[in-house]
Design a protein around this ligand. Structure first.
Ligand code: NAD
Length: 349
């Protein structure tokens, strides 16, 4: 089971490690560096060492979104320079989306670019962050403001890493799996009827394939790649709001709220049957506990959406559903409707 992008291949478990071992022998790299955070160093490195037939040096950074910034990059570029890392070095990113995003960026810019490989260790990075060629870092509080499209040499998906991941992190990744199934109308019924399929390897592989299909059609997000942003206009605003609170939300937790609200909005102005919005809401509610929003929270969310720097001439554009598998982009939505969608989110069906 190999998934081909236009430029590289995504391989699973032993097939992936076998290929990486061969590549490394073939390319005769001068140095191999493995980027980890303290958690993937402790929990994932042993498995990589078991599978790797090559020697490598470890580069460790602190875990967490707040470290996905230019200071961390400067620190690593300095470390590579002090180690005399040359252009014939290989950089392996072993971790979640923070590691694959920042590691891809560091590798793509060091000496105008060295080879890198992604080995995602969270569900979210397996089905989303490590594939699709987007690398980057945050600038102050603006997410992914600096970065570039850059392809890894290969991606190895090994679900064994998920054994040590918390249920909360697993559910966060599942939100993206469910999003892929909604926007493509694949596996939707299967997932809704079997909430225990979260760890299912076929579901994970098929979710990767769905994202890959979209990226292959429109890598630079001029058109259909925007479909992947379903749930993200409201979801990102919710994520930003909670960034400044004690109880931060994980990416997928915020996107789940965004998908519920945007499904409701789709039913109001874009022809989605309300039963389908309800089905989406009911299913997501099995994975995520309810979050309360005050009136002022909702006002702030609307402001965050209105002033989102990604907006074209300051008008927020939504990605809405017409049906499962039928997505429309660049839709204007009245902020009163955004506000009402939080009433829909809050009530029990
Ligand atoms: P993350 O990398 O912060 O990982 C979450 C936590 O899990 C971290 O504490 C990490 O140390 C820990 N961890 C990782 N693997 C583990 C394992 N196997 N066992 C136990 N703990 C483990 O976050 P994430 O949710 O993987 O990714 C979020 C990031 O991905 C964000 O920065 C987001 O912007 C980015 N992202 C990028 C894309 C893209 O297309 N490039 C797409 C989606 C998300």
């Amino acid at each position: 089971n190999i998934i081909s992008t236009d430029t590289y291949k995504i391989r699973f478990k032993d097939e992936g490690y076998g290929h990486l071992n061969e590549l490394i022998t073939l390319n005769n790299y001068t140095n191999i560096y493995v980027l980890v955070d303290e958690n993937t160093k402790k929990l994932c490195l042993t498995r990589l060492k078991e599978k790797a037939s090559f020697k490598f040096e470890i580069i460790e950074i602190k875990s967490g979104e707040i470290h996905k910034n230019i200071d961390t990059c400067v620190d690593i570029w300095n470390r590579l320079t002090n180690k005399n890392a040359d252009r014939n070095s290989l950089f392996i990113n072993l971790g979640g989306g923070v590691i694959t995003d920042i590691g891809g960026f560091i590798a793509s810019t060091y000496k105008r670019g060295i080879d890198f490989v992604n080995i995602p260790t969270t569900l979210l990075s397996m089905v989303d962050a490590s594939i699709g060629s987007k690398t980057g870092i945050n600038l102050n509080s603006i997410k992914n403001q600096i970065g570039l499209f850059s392809d890894p040499l290969t991606v190895i998906v090994d679900t064994d890493y998920l054994k040590t991941l918390s249920k909360r992190e697993i559910n966060s990744g599942y939100a993206e799996i469910f999003k892929h199934s909604i926007i493509s109308n694949s596996n939707f019924k299967k997932l809704v009827e079997n909430p225990n399929l979260v760890y299912d390897e076929d579901i994970i592989a098929s979710s990767i394939e769905l994202k890959n299909k979209v990226v292959k059609k429109d890598k630079f997000e001029n058109d259909v790649r925007k479909h992947l942003n379903f749930g993200h206009t409201i979801g990102h605003a919710v994520e930003s709001l909670f960034m400044n609170k004690k109880n931060k939300l994980l990416h997928g937790e915020a996107i789940a709220i965004g998908m519920i609200c945007e499904s409701y909005i789709s039913s109001k102005i874009n022809g989605l049957e309300i039963d389908k919005a309800n089905e989406i809401k009911n299913h997501l509610n099995k994975f995520f506990s309810k979050v309360s929003f005050s009136k002022s929270d909702i006002n702030e969310i609307c402001n965050l959406i209105k002033y989102d720097k990604k907006n074209h001439i300051n008008i927020p554009k939504f990605v809405l559903l017409k049906d499962l598998g039928l997505v429309e982009t660049d839709i204007n939505v009245d902020m009163n409707l955004v506000s009402t969608s939080f009433d829909y989110y809050s009530v029990k069906l």
